[in-house]
Write a protein that binds this ligand. Structure first.
Ligand code: SDX
Length: 429
């Protein structure tokens, strides 16, 4: 196939750049030599049209509303695989066979405990600290515990870090919850699978045997799968940029957690549930939709809109189904917030403003309702997101570090500050 060329002509001078074609998605113009050859930079605040890397991990078709993990549609993975199988897929690029799955489960199981000294970090936080603040601190602190396997250039060390983080995140999240509740910490159990183990650490107490409800365990497992990876979103790009300097992987994940916390990103599920509580009743939905359309009102409908999806986020559809299953299992079919959310979705999707701007429910829209029904407090919703997204962050970090082309990320800028000037003496300031 002949190499396609993009030509940039500025002041009569033309410069040619190769066009690269992906497996799926938009062609890209390779402009890496633009600065050196033309003295020009591109300007793309918010990276609306910038491919920051090459990746084989996830692909989103925003127009079709499609999400693939290593080529497999999210709907099929959510239906046919559990979260640890999906974790293996994102890490290795292929789904595990039976023996690989069993071996991987055992490997993860044997890393679920955290160092007893790490547990002491929780004591340093106020009881009412936001759990995401605790997560940033404690996950960052892991970088002080693991020096025995920290050569980023050693694939074995990178694999151990991947397994340690995936295994310990449920324990760390559950510890943050128990600390906020003033309840005793629950140690992981090796006779439970990954998600049941997490639910026992969250909701079990030493006072009685905790029996995980298999329907609820499956629902949470699907929620983890839906949140595992999502191309170069803000928090993944944060992990990649931090990791590009060769930083400790645990510190890079702490940076990703900090970014995910924002209400425009992973914090939207918490914000969405708070918004539904504020709306309170179907009769007030119109008032909030009106506010969301008002340019002078900074209010946005949390859980709606997406930088890439200009159709329905496939994860929101699956999350809506999980939500239904959980509410039915718990006899909460008439849950007030769920009915309110369904009505809000219906009204918004029929509104010209949302149709014109292609604003659909995203992964965060139903996630808060189902997590609340599972007994997870609102402040913990983004911790659950971070638990699952650690798999994507570490897979993307591994892909970057092992890419021979990777360099430290160092964007340039459009400088619009003061022109060069001399410092005046104090008397003349
Ligand atoms: C996640 O990137 C990822 O992949 C993220 C994520 C992942 O898995 O990693 O999918 C997870 O972060 C999902 C998004 C969760 N955030 C929210 O639900 C918060 C509410 N949504 C918005 O903040 C917004 O839609 C974003 C941040 C999600 C997307 O913002 P963009 O791409 O920068 O788009 P924009 O803000 O420029 O919106 C385009 C227009 C604007 O109007 P105009 O300036 O063109 O007139 O749509 C409007 C916006 O005002 N708009 C909304 C809206 N979202 C966008 N108006 C009302 N309510 C909203 N929710």
């Amino acid at each position: 196939m002949t190499q396609r060329i993009a030509t940039l002509t500025v002041d009569g001078t033309s410069t040619e750049f190769p066009v690269m074609s992906p497996t799926h998605g938009n062609d890209v113009v390779d402009i890496r030599s633009l600065g050196a050859r033309t003295g020009l930079f591109t300007y793309d605040s918010g990276f609306m049209s910038t491919a920051s890397c090459r990746s084989k991990i996830a692909y989103i078709d925003g127009d079709k509303g499609e999400l693939l993990y290593r080529g497999y549609p999210i709907e099929q993975l959510a239906e046919q695989c559990n979260f640890l199988e999906v974790t293996y897929l994102l890490k290795h690029g292929e789904l595990p066979n039976a023996s690989q799955k069993s071996e991987f489960e055992d490997t993860i199981k044997n890393h679920t405990m955290v160092h007893e000294q790490l547990v002491k970090f929780y004591q340093g936080f106020r009881r009412d600290a936001h759990p995401m603040a605790v997560m940033v601190g404690v996950v960052g602190a892991l970088s002080a515990f693991y020096h025995d396997a920290m050569d980023n250039n050693n694939p074995e060390h990178r694999s151990i870090s991947f397994n340690r983080l995936v295994a310990k995140m449920p324990t760390i999240v559950a510890l943050a919850y128990k600390y906020s509740m003033g309840q005793p910490f629950m140690y992981p159990r090796n006779d439970l699978d990954y998600t049941a183990n997490f639910m026992r650490m969250m909701f079990g107490t030493p006072c009685e045997e905790y029996k995980p409800n298999p329907v609820l365990v499956h629902a949470l497992d699907v929620i983890f799968t839906l949140h595992a990876d999502h191309e170069q979103n803000a928090s993944t790009s944060t992990v990649r940029l931090a990791g590009s300097s060769g930083a400790n992987p645990f510190a890079c994940i702490a940076a990703g957690i900090a970014c995910l916390w924002g209400p425009a990103h992973g914090g939207a599920n918490e914000a969405c549930l708070n918004m539904l509580e504020e709306i309170g009743d179907v009769s007030r939905v119109g008032e909030f939709v009106k506010r969301a359309k008002d340019k002078n009102d900074g209010f946005k409908l949390m859980g709606f809109g997406h930088r890439v999806y200009k159709n329905y986020d496939p994860r929101a559809k699956l999350m809506g189904k999980v939500c239904n299953d959980v509410l039915t299992e718990l006899g909460l079919e008439n849950d007030r917030l769920f009915k309110l959310a369904k009505e809000l979705e219906k009204i918004a999707l029929e509104d010209d403003y949302f149709i014109e701007k292609k604003l659909y429910p995203n992964v965060d829209f139903y996630s808060g309702i189902v997590q609340k029904a599972l007994g997870i407090p609102t402040s913990m919703f983004t911790c659950i997101f971070a638990l699952a997204r650690t798999v994507g962050w570490m897979s993307q970090w591994e892909e970057m570090i092992s890419d021979p082309e990777y360099k430290i990320g160092r964007p340039r800028q459009l400088y619009v500050g003061a022109a060069r000037r001399d410092v005046p003496p104090m008397a003349k300031r």
